[in-house]
Design a protein around this ligand. Structure first.
Ligand SMILES: Nc1nc2c(ncn2[C@@H]2O[C@H](COP(=O)(O)OP(=O)(O)OP(=O)(O)O)[C@@H](O)[C@H]2O)c(=O)[nH]1
Ligand SMILES: [Mg+2]
Length: 229
């Protein structure tokens, strides 16, 4: 039997990309930097956000949309620190833009300097979905092994920053920070890389300073564009 080929004949992702670009533009106009956090389950995304909120307390307003397959546990952890909305995917392994838009309506981005989207713990599927973020950040914990960038390249290739987390455990693990960085940079040479221990607060000031610089640059660019109009 001859195989049958069905050709779609159009870019099915184009509409999703346009919508993500639209959300990004709206949040840029409002001065909000949007950060999409990707990682495998349990690498420390929520802990990093708790430490970030503690570091910025009283200085910057941040909000969080947190994706999860089944529970609202992460939202409950973050609620004492920051405005947060739980996005329940009902089993899906990643967040998509329509759910993020609904979460944003509930959260309200007005006046937020930083909006974090904690994606579902999964190092594969989330890398294929633009959620309107300005920065994509991949978190790799020391317990996962330094060989992961090459095994899950898309998450690293599409990110602008890498956090190596749980550095307090390094003395007990066969994890080489240098090897992880070399492998990640072979995939994405422009990654801004930070090592952090959310529990002790180490590396958090450097990570937050990076985000502050990114937001300042975004606002400067926005204002320069406005002055040309
Ligand atoms: N030793 C150590 N443990 C950490 C650190 N950061 C997080 N953990 C622990 O790692 C576990 C998972 O942390 P979470 O912050 O829940 O990780 P997550 O990436 O948000 O997890 P999911 O949302 O389920 O994907 C928890 O038991 C944390 O206490 C760290 O810097 N050092
Ligand atoms: Mg979490």
């Amino acid at each position: 039997m001859n195989p049958i080929t069905i050709s779609v004949g159009r870019d099915v992702q184009a509409a999703a990309r346009r919508e993500a670009a639209g959300l990004r533009a709206r949040l840029t106009a409002g001065g909000t930097l949007v950060v999409n956090l990707l990682s495998s389950p349990g690498s420390g995304k929520t802990s990093l956000l708790e430490a970030t909120a503690r570091h910025w307390a009283g200085r910057y307003r941040m909000g969080v949309l947190v994706g999860d397959i089944a529970t609202d546990r992460d939202a409950r952890r973050l609620a004492p620190f920051v405005p947060v909305v739980q996005l329940s995917t009902g089993g899906a392994c990643h967040l998509e833009l329509p759910l993020v838009e609904r979460g944003l309506e509930a959260l309200g981005a007005e006046g937020l300097e930083f909006l974090f989207i904690e994606n579902v713990g999964n190092l594969v599927c989330p890398a294929s979905h633009d959620l309107g973020e300005h920065l994509r950040v991949v978190v790799l914990s020391a317990t996962e092994g330094d060989d992961k960038p090459a095994k899950y390249p898309k998450a690293f290739r599409t990110s602008q920053s890498l956090i190596i987390s749980k550095t307090d455990l390094l003395p007990y693990l066969h994890f080489s920070i240098d090897a992880a960085i070399e492998e990640a940079r072979a995939i994405q040479p422009d990654l801004a890389i930070f090592a952090a221990c959310a529990i002790r607060g180490e590396g958090i000031a450097e990570w937050c300073a990076f985000l502050e610089r990114q937001r300042s640059a975004q606002i400067a660019e926005r204002d320069a564009e406005r002055s040309h109009c």
